[in-house]
Design a protein around this ligand. Structure first.
Ligand SMILES: NC(=O)c1ccc[n+]([C@@H]2O[C@H](COP(=O)([O-])OP(=O)(O)OC[C@H]3O[C@@H](n4cnc5c(N)ncnc54)[C@H](OP(=O)(O)O)[C@@H]3O)[C@@H](O)[C@H]2O)c1
Length: 279
């Protein structure tokens, strides 16, 4: 039977490559993208098993409209893959006054997951959260002054959002343990996501990362495993087997901060209060 999956940020990169793979595996894929033009181009590229729906994770109104539409038209949701994310070089605030990288990479996943939970529970579905090797570079959980420019640096903020993503997903899976819904986390290593940009110039600016980043198939494989594994590995992250960079998918430990229940609960309370949204 065809399954239905939402992928956020599915118009290019890893999101688009995962969409292609899921369609091959007989899924209907809902492409949740902020740009109508790019979303429609991805829909055309992927064919009739895909459907573009507008979603800007930096805009709460857009999230509300998206969830309304999903619950009205797709009561049969099997997978929510929280993929969208970015590194902003400069400090920017959303209309709500949140630092933009935090808003998109983390608050967006939290909101969407909680708001679509009933739909997923009805279908014994799964939430799949993207994270990154960069979560291991975060040395502590920071919850103060997140939305102030003074505390912002692009790379350390990106590391922190990935630590948050992992902590959120592990806390969510623990909170939902007795319900018919599962949660998994995956990271792609460091992969050439530009290989999946059919509508953009693929010119690659050589950087430190381009020398050892992997073919995109290596990065996508653990995500597909996190989506399709019949027996989800709790409290672990799906990733390429060798040092989290190379090889077939395996599971490994998160940053050790993720296993600190008290810190996970602090992050949860902080987020629930900021967004006025809890289970
Ligand atoms: N590539 C890697 O090696 C790597 C490693 C670790 C983790 N990751 C994570 O994997 C995910 C995908 O990475 P990628 O390399 O494929 O990146 P990418 O090619 O830049 O794609 C990012 C996607 O997120 C979308 N997006 C950005 N802001 C959004 C918003 N406000 N609302 C909705 N969608 C939004 C983008 O849309 P637009 O096209 O409109 O900007 C794009 O579709 C990210 O979360 C990243 O943190 C990647």
């Amino acid at each position: 039977m065809t399954k239905t999956a939402i992928i956020t940020g599915a118009n290019k990169g890893i999101g688009l490559a995962v969409a292609e793979k899921l369609i091959q595996n007989n899924y209907q894929v809902l492409l949740a993208c902020r740009s109508t033009k790019k979303g429609l181009m991805a829909e055309k590229y992927l064919g009739p098993s895909s459907k573009f729906l507008e979603l800007d994770l930096a805009d709460p109104e857009s999230i509300n409209l998206f969830v309304e539409k999903i619950n009205a038209d797709y009561s049969n949701l099997d997978i929510l893959y929280n993929n969208a994310g970015l590194i902003y070089r400069n400090f920017e605030l959303t209309t709500e006054g949140y630092e933009s990288m935090m808003a998109v990479n983390y608050f967006g996943s939290y909101r969407l997951s909680l708001m679509l939970l009933e739909n997923l529970i009805r279908n014994s579905g799964r939430i799949v959260q993207i994270s990154s090797l960069s979560m291991y570079l975060a040395r502590k959980l920071v919850l103060d002054n997140i939305h102030y420019e003074k505390s912002f640096s692009p790379s350390s903020r990106y590391n922190l959002t990935n630590l948050y993503r992992s902590m959120f997903a592990v806390e969510l899976e623990n909170r939902l343990i007795n319900l018919p819904v599962s949660v998994s986390v995956a990271h792609p290593g460091i992969t050439k996501s530009r290989q999946s940009r059919p509508h953009e110039v693929k010119r690659i600016k050589k950087s430190f990362y381009t020398y050892f980043s992997t073919n995109i198939a290596t990065g996508v494989a653990p995500i597909i495993k996190a989506i399709e594994d019949t027996d989800v590995q709790l409290n672990r992250v799906y990733a390429p087997k060798i040092f989290g960079f190379y090889g077939k998918p395996a599971t490994m430990k998160h940053n050790k901060i993720v296993y600190n229940k008290e810190l996970r609960e602090s992050l949860w309370s902080y987020t629930a209060k900021e967004l006025n949204l809890d289970l």
